[in-house]
Ligand binder design. Structure first.
Ligand code: PMT
Length: 403
């Protein structure tokens, strides 16, 4: 078990779902790992499990009301917010996710989350249809984009009798994922003074004025790396293909469209860089000849001649004064073999491989990822987590190599 939870002050929020019975075990596991745990329960949670259970388990009074003068006298809600090093909500219902995403402060738990700068982690639990509902997914995306760590949910049999995604992760898995996120959090400025160039998103290669070749990259992984690197003290230039994402604070962003643009911009940006991370899904091919007029659909078949695009990462890795070069490998099969092949062929320092295209997590476009990272004779797994957490863990590995 990681020592990351030792001495940490964790505010455990419990909301109204049947999975709240597992939160009692979670509280125990956090305490076993050395954490000081204080519990806040919503009204809904109290319909499933009593505050007394958590008071007995944690040895601390349980907080339930925003306007409770007795509780305020013991520890006011602002004081409680200040006390927390980390806030963990498990289970997090669809309702609390919606209220958090919209900044509500209509009970003690949501008020504490607003009045708090501590990192927020949620372990969602709900019926599979509620989880897959676009409203919940939009709220999830909002929370993730603000840096919330999301653990689970898992897939399996649900309390309602249905089978699917929405089960709260097991207490031990939540404890371990929280510990991993804390261990990877930018406690120190590990990348202070380092200059990073990161490519992100797809490139688009025009066929004619209305059509193009591209891929499903959303840019989320590359933007998460840019966000995390900046938070860890690095000076970050983000070379972004066409994506619909906000620029991370204090990151220099340069927008490009094609692989050729991305190559030119990157070569210029890496001149004084310490680290180059190629996260972009660069279109491997472009049309041999762009048609300035819209191509007419006169025949049943149309053949386009495609030519290879430049390999940006390979070009940077071949520079005389090159930065530390990290590639990504998007694989649907033979993850390790293919990633190791790219590490050697492109002469990289490190490669992070992700298994893409799976039904439960295509990685392209999704908010979570997991990585198998290879460098030299070493390898390390980064467990499934929000892309920002995965990014922090990868950067911690990179920091160890370059410092
Ligand atoms: O953007 P998201 O929706 O968050 O999805 C993230 C991701 C799946 C795009 C990302 O995690 C990822 O795997 N990026 C690399 C995708 C890719 O193109 O992999 P590849 O195995 O084809 O390329 C290997 C490496 O060479 C990559 O670092 C790539 O950026 C680089 N490359 C590839 C071709 C090329 N012409 N130039 C390059 O620089």
């Amino acid at each position: 078990m990681s020592a990351a939870l030792q001495g940490k002050q964790i505010l455990l929020g419990i909301t109204g779902g049947i999975a709240s019975y597992k939160s009692a075990i979670l509280a125990r596991r956090l305490i076993d790992a050395g954490a000081d745990v204080r519990v806040v329960m919503t009204q809904g949670a109290q319909a499933f499990i009593t505050p007394l259970t958590f008071q007995a388990l944690t040895g601390n009074p349980v907080h339930t009301d925003l306007l409770d003068s007795a509780a305020e006298a013991a520890m006011g809600h602002i004081e409680l917010a200040r006390w927390a090093d980390y806030v963990l909500i498990a289970p997090a219902t669809a309702n609390v996710m919606a209220r958090l995403a919209n900044g509500f402060a209509d009970d003690l738990l949501t008020t504490l989350c607003l009045a708090n700068e501590a990192p927020l982690t949620i372990a969602p639990a709900m019926n599979r249809l509620m989880w897959s509902n676009p409203a919940t997914q939009a709220n999830l995306a909002t929370l993730v984009s603000r840096g919330t760590t999301v653990i689970g949910p898992g897939v399996g049999e649900q309390a309602c009798g249905e089978v699917g995604e929405g089960r709260m992760s097991e207490p031990e898995a939540i404890r371990d994922a929280l510990a991993a996120a804390i261990a990877a959090a930018p406690a120190s400025n590990e990348l202070q003074g380092k200059s990073f160039v990161i490519t992100a998103g797809p490139t688009i290669e025009a066929i004619d004025p209305v059509r193009f070749i591209s891929n499903r990259s959303s840019g989320k992984m590359g933007f998460a790396l840019a966000t995390a690197a900046q938070q860890m003290g690095a000076d970050v230039t983000l070379v972004a293909g066409p994506v619909a994402l906000d620029t991370p604070p204090q990151v220099k962003r340069i927008d490009v469209k094609t692989a050729d643009d991305m190559l030119d911009t990157t070569l210029n940006a890496v001149k004084n860089a310490d680290v180059f991370i190629a996260v972009a899904a660069v279109a491997d091919y472009k049309v041999a000849k762009f048609s300035s007029e819209k191509i007419k659909k006169t025949d049943d078949e149309l053949t386009l001649e495609l030519v290879r695009n430049p390999d940006i990462l390979k070009t940077v890795a071949a520079l005389k004064n090159r930065p530390y070069c990290v590639g990504f490998a998007a694989e649907t099969q033979n993850l390790e073999k293919n990633a190791q092949g790219k590490l050697k062929k492109k002469k990289l320092d490190m490669i992070a491989a992700n298994q893409v295209g799976q039904a439960n997590n295509p990685v392209f476009g999704s908010d979570t990822n997991s990585l198998s990272v290879y460098w030299g004779k070493n390898k390390q797994q980064i467990a499934p987590a929000a892309k920002l957490d995965v990014a922090r863990q990868l950067l911690t590995l990179i920091a160890k190599q370059i410092n």
